[in-house]
Ligand binder design. Sequence first.
Ligand SMILES: C[S@@+](CC[C@H](N)C(=O)[O-])C[C@H]1O[C@@H](n2cnc3c(N)ncnc32)[C@H](O)[C@@H]1O
Ligand code: SF4
Length: 453
Amino acid sequence: MLTIVPRQIDNSDPGTYFHQNWGKCTAQAVGTSGVGRRVECWETGGVNVTGTTAAQQTAAPFALPARSLEGVGKRPFGIYIHVPFCATRCGYCDFNTYTAGELGTSASPQSWMEGLKRELDLAAEMTGAPAAETVFVGGGTPSLLGGDGLTEVLAAVRSSFGLAPGAEVTTESNPESTSPAFFDALRVGGFTRISLGMQSAAQHVLKILDRTHTPGRAVAAAREARAAGFSHVNLDLIYGTPGERDIDLDASLDAVLSADVDHVSAYSLIVEDGTAMARKVRRGELPAPDDDVLATRYERIDSRLSEAGLSWYEVSNWAKAETAESGDTRCRHNLGYWDGGDWWGAGPGAHSHVGGVRWWNVKHPARYAEQLAKGELPVGGSEELTADDIHMERVMLTARLRTGLPLSELVASERISADQVVVDGLAVIENDHLVLTDRGRLLADAVIRTVLA
Ligand SMILES: C[S@@+](CC[C@H](N)C(=O)[O-])C[C@H]1O[C@@H](n2cnc3c(N)ncnc32)[C@H](O)[C@@H]1O
Ligand code: SF4
């Protein structure tokens, strides 16, 4: 049986672990023993937590060591902003997000916005305010803030860090909370890229996912974004949802291609522990996604997108070819994560990385706002990466890119393992980089384990 690996988190084996959605959410285990391992999303801290964390919980006010600040601004620098609000909770999603009912009066978009501005000011002071080359507003549902709210967010980034010339500025948006006026406002406000959560074009699949938009709304929103002047538009797909048939996936791909977007992310459905969907699967009300089906669907997505001129540049991400007019069509912000860049993640539960130090904010919006109201950074924990951690991450992340894993980064024993992966037909050597083959992409996790073993 073919096992599609990008969706697996294997908590039974020591080492570093992968969460599937590398584009959005690269998760890793902290710690190397069989217990006390924590797997989490770098951006939102919202993914799986197993056992206790091996990393330090911050008691004293958080400060970055001088050595991590050396070179800030010379390496790629991005800002991630987490908007922790959703109108309703999708049954498959365990991101750090809250409905109005869940928040009650404990926190609000206003208290979040005030906290965010304070955090950005404190962050700029601590880092020396390098201009942001990329900004990514994610969630949650950033489009719930409306064009004015998102423009206010970007103004806060401008006044704290400033934007580098040609900066990429993305916001995620849910199709149902967008409109032509919304996209016009974002364009005027300075956003350059829109990422829409489409997931599927099949009504019954959207229903299983608890999505509230109609099948056609995501494509209509993508067209509205393009009409407002956005040349960089992404559509997110989820494949392998229980009940999805091959014809449903084809309908989704037809719809994506009809929207003429320059970027597509496609993620296999992960049944996350603790979600409503996981409970339904456990009770036998829904079947778990089947690995063989997922592999076939991934191949179908890759072949249809490639035929249409969208090439993979990371295992779950495809983009149109760059032209002089379009510039880089890949998500530069995510490339910063994958290429060892620095980023400040602001907002509840957001994760940051600067010069080998990683930290994460407290998750609840009420605690987040409270700490910032006291003038403190809302850091929940931090860790300093060892040389081994950094090496392991470089291998894990670059191996998933079309540009590949630089062989120069491998020690002698890993180089021998890499040769074996090539003999097995899972990768090729191109310009001194190990690049996954089509089959290797389905088995990316296994390839990485082999190289690191
Ligand atoms: C967390 S959402 C945030 C953006 C927006 N609220 C939305 O739903 O589109 C970002 C993307 O993560 C993906 N995602 C979230 N949970 C997932 C899961 N359990 N399995 C696969 N993909 C998931 C979806 O494709 C989604 O578009
Ligand atoms: S709208 Fe997006 S962030 Fe909110 S619950 Fe659904 S998938 Fe998660």
